[in-house]
Design a protein around this ligand. Structure first.
Ligand code: HEM
Length: 188
């Protein structure tokens, strides 16, 4: 995974828990890396080691770490450098969800070794929709939960995200049920 994403884990820990905590996590994960470069791809194993070490050091389940960093990543890393990309792709939550593939394809122009996830929106109603997530990488469903929650916040659309079909339990891919929480949603 590109350093851009790994760095989010580092910055998240440093900002919320301090530099010393990150140093301990670096030791636990046996990371032989001083710092992550945004534009450099790293073996996926490194990302999993980092999540495992954060979970151990902070005593937070790995799923929750992924979810929190998903939110953090969109709030800070992506928003700071790539906010335009997000708003250019659509004017509301549902629009942007439907254009995630296109957005990652654009990103591939910058990050040539990108192995992007792929998303599909189905079952759209007034109350919500289903989001299908495919990836070559296992175990990142809760990262998507955090990203989608934050995307909702960004477009002033409060959402509840529920994992209703799980690859980890043998399903072909992960599926999220997304429900709008406000009575008159501003999702469209
Ligand atoms: C402007 C905002 C965004 C940028 C710049 C961006 C960029 C990236 C990059 C560079 C990666 C690493 C992939 C690799 O190294 O092969 C990645 C992965 C990922 N992105 Fe995005 N992304 C953005 C927004 C989003 C949003 C809004 C979602 C979902 C709701 C999303 C879902 C994911 C997921 C789940 C991964 C993990 C990789 C995987 O599933 O295999 N991204 N993205």
């Amino acid at each position: 995974m590109y350093g851009l994403v790994n760095k989010a884990f580092e910055q998240f820990v440093k900002q919320r828990y301090g530099d010393d905590r990150w140093e301990r996590i670096r030791k636990i994960s046996q990371l032989d890396i001083e710092f992550f470069h945004n534009m450099r791809p790293y073996p996926d194993q490194i990302s999993y080691q980092v999540v495992g070490a954060i979970s151990k050091e902070l005593q937070i389940p790995a799923e929750e770490v992924l979810r929190m960093v998903g939110r953090y990543w969109l709030q800070h890393t992506a928003a700071e450098g790539y906010g335009n990309l997000l708003s250019l792709e659509g004017t509301n939550f549902q629009d942007v969800l439907g254009k995630l593939n296109l957005m990652h394809t654009r990103i591939k122009m910058l990050y040539s070794q990108l192995q992007p996830p792929s998303f599909e929106v189905t079952d759209v109603t007034e109350e919500g929709l289903l989001l299908h997530y495919h990836s070559k990488r296992p175990g990142l469903a809760w990262f998507v939960v955090g990203l989608v929650e934050e995307l909702g916040a960004r477009f002033k659309t409060e959402v509840a995200v529920e994992l209703v079909q799980q690859r980890e339990l043998g399903a072909d891919h992960d599926v999220f049920q997304i429900r709008y929480l406000k009575e008159s949603p501003s999702h469209v």
